[in-house]
Design a protein around this ligand. Structure first.
Ligand SMILES: [Zn+2]
Length: 380
């Protein structure tokens, strides 16, 4: 869920991404911001974990619900993973042993799953009963009060829709006019990329106080919870900061809190992008830096909406592929970067040098990827 810059801007090879995973969450409900015609938080259920750290709930959707997002949040800051997400006729967690999200991996504090995720996944038709089980990991797993939040929509169009993006300029970043201008241009780039998936976006900008180095949204922070409570949801909450804590080596362009991220306000309701790393060593935004910044906004939002990288690397080897059939795969890095349609994909793990001193534009998405984006709960 991260996007890194290449080791060297002149290199023909790119860089490596550490898949830090993440997932996401939800919490707090009730105070849905606006959007009266489209309740974004349907309900919350609390349940306490057993001595084995397990908890389960069941619920029934309203008959017109076509998509939903379930988040589970630990009350003890444990890591949390889903172990079962079943309707009466489908396994949504890992059908055919395929993981469609990070929901099955234990991640800090909150985790989320969006249903359905792919076009080939069982559609929701009519009122549907769900059985959901989670397990926490940590030092005190018994008696953890888990808050399950369920958000849903009656959206019958999975080919297009609209989505809100809340942009937060954190701390000093908001005081720099040149930075803000670059961000605005980058947002235009991201909006154009998303519009090619059928998703039109509206943007609300806000200045907030906060540190130059932002915490990773993977581990969560009150900064993200407080800010996400102050705006409408569900949405992409895009935090523009100087740097990201995880990025001590200065190579991380952005991080999403999860695949997918939560629909309701929480410590992990965030996508974070580093302005320092996006501007590069010279600290100035060239036109190409701005284009890459916009691609990073869209790439991290893509993770938050449920997309993996088509291929993930471990050194020069491919360590994993996404659960989609029409994204390209490859076996090792030189093979992968020789495939134009792969390196032009928005969700390729990092920018790729074009051999002429610049970088390949990464703005393409496959039909399966578009399907995932249009199924995310924030798209209406
Ligand atoms: Zn990524």
């Amino acid at each position: 869920m991260t996007r890194n810059i290449p080791y060297s801007k002149s290199s023909i090879i790119l860089f490596i991404t550490s898949l830090f995973i993440i997932s996401c969450s939800a919490d707090k409900g009730g105070e849905n911001s606006d959007d009266g015609n489209n309740p974004s938080l349907d309900f919350e259920i609390s349940s306490t974990t057993s001595s084995a750290g397990k908890s389960a709930i069941s619920f029934q959707t309203a008959k017109d619900v076509t998509k939903l997002l379930i988040s589970a949040k630990s009350g003890k800051n444990n890591s949390i993973k889903f172990t079962k997400v079943n309707s009466s006729n489908a396994n949504y967690l890992n059908p055919g042993n395929e993981e469609l999200s990070l929901a099955k991996q234990a991640t800090p504090i909150v985790n989320s799953i969006n249903i359905p995720s792919r076009s080939i996944d069982e559609a929701l038709i009519g009122s549907t009963k769900f059985d959901v089980e989670i397990e926490v990991e940590g030092t005190s797993i018994e008696g953890d009060q888990i808050t399950f939040s369920v958000s849903s929509r009656a959206d019958t169009n999975f080919n297009s829709g609209s989505m809100l993006i809340n942009v937060f300029y954190v701390g000093a970043v908001g005081l720099e006019e040149t930075t803000k201008l670059a961000v605005k241009e980058g947002l235009n780039v991201a909006q154009n990329i998303l519009s090619n998936t059928g998703i039109s976006t509206s943007i609300v900008e806000k200045d907030i106080t906060g540190p130059v180095n932002l915490p990773s949204p993977f581990t969560g922070s009150n900064i993200y919870e407080n800010a996400s409570k102050s705006v409408s949801f569900p949405a992409i909450n895009l935090f523009v900061g100087g740097n990201i804590d995880e990025s001590s080596d200065g190579t991380i362009l952005g991080i999403s809190a999860g695949i997918p991220g939560p629909a309701t306000p929480s410590v992990k309701s965030a996508v974070v992008v580093s302005i320092f790393n996006s501007a590069g060593a010279d600290g100035r935004f060239s036109q190409e830096d701005i284009r890459i910044l916009g691609e990073t906004f869209a790439h991290e939002s893509g993770h938050y909406m449920g997309l993996f990288h088509p291929v993930d690397f471990n050194g020069s080897q491919v360590a994993g592929t996404d659960p989609l059939t029409d994204t390209e795969s490859c076996s090792f890095i030189t093979d992968c970067i020789s495939r134009q349609s792969l390196i032009e994909n928005l969700m390729f793990a990092s920018p790729v040098a074009d051999g002429n001193g610049g970088f390949v534009a990464q703005n393409k998405l496959t039909n399966d990827q578009k399907s995932v984006l249009n199924r995310y709960i924030a798209v209406n």
